[in-house]
Write a protein that binds this ligand. Structure first.
Ligand code: COA
Length: 259
């Protein structure tokens, strides 16, 4: 697949998706968002891909937000469609069957912070900066920021970050639980890979179910405990379960197939 605004690179069983609009600090215009959607859909259905790293090109920005130049002269209905489109794509990433790590290599502002929050894990370089500066523009986050920030850092701190538009650094993001790890910029992708390599030794079926059950906690109308009961039961009818338990009893390493 030929993309204009993103790069994709496979390494072993990991796909690295790099948003590649460095001169615009990797801001998400419509075209870039559509390419991100296509790349994730392809990765989720590709049996060779076990995990995905999402990052930005250059050493300055992960994503500096939605592309503000596309905001001019849009109507209320167009504004809603704009938010719905982004939210659908970010939810698809969040609910996807494979682990996604955001490797945040600089500014993660507005839609960039929202995109990082839609990933399952976040690793930040020590120069990274996070924030939801929409109120500076007379706007609010539209790609799920008011919801996922609360989920990750709690209501009090989320309110503060959303209302003050304050930018926080990587260390502060770590302390708040917004990111899992902080590394040097040079070590960023390696750390993201390390996490995915660990996860890739586990049962892909179980990983998919973990994502689904954790997500159920945040899904209106879904009882996460019920989801867990069902998915726990379903695990017993999988090759991964038979392999995992046999390997344990035979004192060998499990060789999971994801079936
Ligand atoms: N949308 C569109 N273009 C953006 C952008 C965005 N969200 N963020 C940065 N850019 C562009 C700038 O317009 C500039 O383009 P130009 O060289 O053609 O003028 C280029 O990226 C470099 O950005 P610049 O502002 O010159 O870099 P800086 O180092 O002075 O500042 C930021 C960096 C991140 C603080 C600043 O770019 C910024 O505040 N960006 C907007 C962040 C934001 O509000 N995001 C939420 C959007 S809803």
């Amino acid at each position: 697949m030929n993309y204009k605004n993103i790069l994709t690179q496979s390494e072993a069983e990991i796909l690295i998706i790099t948003i590649n609009r460095e001169e615009k600090l990797n801001a998400l215009n419509k075209e870039t968002l559509a390419e991100i959607k296509t790349a994730f859909e392809a990765a989720f259905s590709d049996e060779q891909v076990k995990g995905i790293i999402l990052t930005g090109s250059g050493g300055k920005a992960f994503v500096a937000g939605a592309d503000i130049s596309e905001f001019q002269n849009i109507s209320v209905e167009e504004g809603k469609a704009f938010a719905r489109n982004g939210q659908d794509i970010f939810s698809m990433i969040e609910k996807g069957p494979k682990p996604v790590v955001a490797a945040v290599n600089g500014f993660a502002l507005g839609g960039g912070c929202e995109l990082a929050m839609a990933c399952h894990l976040r690793v930040a370089s020590d120069n990274a900066k996070f924030g939801q500066p929409e109120v500076n523009l007379g706007l609010i986050p539209g790609y799920g920021g008011t919801q996922r920030l609360v989920q990750l850092v709690g209501k009090g701190k989320a309110m503060e970050l959303l209302m003050t538009a304050d930018m926080i650094n990587a260390q502060q993001a770590l302390e708040l639980g917004l990111v899992n790890y902080v590394t040097s910029l040079d070590g960023l992708i390696e750390k993201a890979k390390e996490l995915l390599y660990i996860i890739s030794t586990k049962s892909p079926v179980a990983i998919k179910e973990i994502i689904r059950c954790v997500d159920a906690y945040y899904t209106e109308g879904e009882d996460g405990f019920d989801t867990e009961i069902n998915q726990f039961g379903n695990c017993f009818d999988t090759e991964d379960f038979r392999e995992g338990t046999s390997a344990f009893l035979e004192k060998r390493k499990a060789n999971f197939t994801g079936k």
